[in-house]
Design a protein around this ligand. Structure first.
Ligand code: ZN
Length: 191
């Protein structure tokens, strides 16, 4: 059942009070995750919190169990967690992302995240972030006339020189050359 958030709930969440575990679960709209009161994850904005009496209700409302406090009862399978992490990265690659931030948002430790992600996908979370950034950068380079600087910012690398270095590293050519080559191809195809 969904119940009203009270000051008592808020206190229990802020103090990670184990006494309340099993009495209610709190779901956070921004992360789409629900937790036990005692969960050690960051205290949420209470504006975004919904209180449920049963884990089942939170699941039904579309929330996912938390990896850290195991609010879903049994363990969240690693694969499912990793796909949740990937989703988070896809939605946030344009911001500065550190391993610690990703881990915090996805309710795990940095160490655990790095290890599990690598085991399941073969790459580390930060490598994955760069892959997504490079993929998006290519799209911008091909399909827009935005400057390299603007594109760098859009894909979460504020420093254009650093963006160019990462790009060259991965693609064996500079962003400008990549754009020239691709746009030439497009023109040839249109002939
Ligand atoms: Zn939790």
């Amino acid at each position: 059942m969904k119940i009203k958030l009270t000051l008592e709930h808020q206190k229990a969440i802020i103090t990670n009070d184990k006494k309340y575990d099993g009495q209610f679960f709190y779901a956070v709209k921004t992360t789409k995750i629900f937790c036990r009161p005692s969960c050690q994850s960051r205290v949420p904005h209470f504006d975004h919190v919904t209180i449920f009496t049963e884990a089942e209700d939170a699941l039904e409302a579309g929330y996912r169990p938390c990896k850290r406090c195991k609010s879903g009862g049994s363990r969240l399978p690693d694969e499912e967690w990793v796909s949740h992490v990937e989703q988070y990265i896809m939605e946030n690659y344009s911001k500065t992302l550190t391993l610690k931030q990703i881990a915090e948002h996805c309710h795990g430790s940095s160490y655990h995240l790095h290890r599990v992600f690598k085991r399941v996908t073969g790459t580390t979370p930060l490598e994955y972030v760069q892959q997504i950034r490079m993929k998006k950068a290519k799209e911008y380079l091909i399909h827009t006339n935005l400057s390299i600087q603007e594109i760098a910012k859009l894909v979460g690398i504020a420093n254009a020189a650093r963006f160019a270095t990462v790009f060259k590293d991965k693609n064996k050519q500079t962003p400008s050359n990549f754009r020239k080559n691709k746009q030439k191809k497009v023109l040839e195809n249109e002939k």
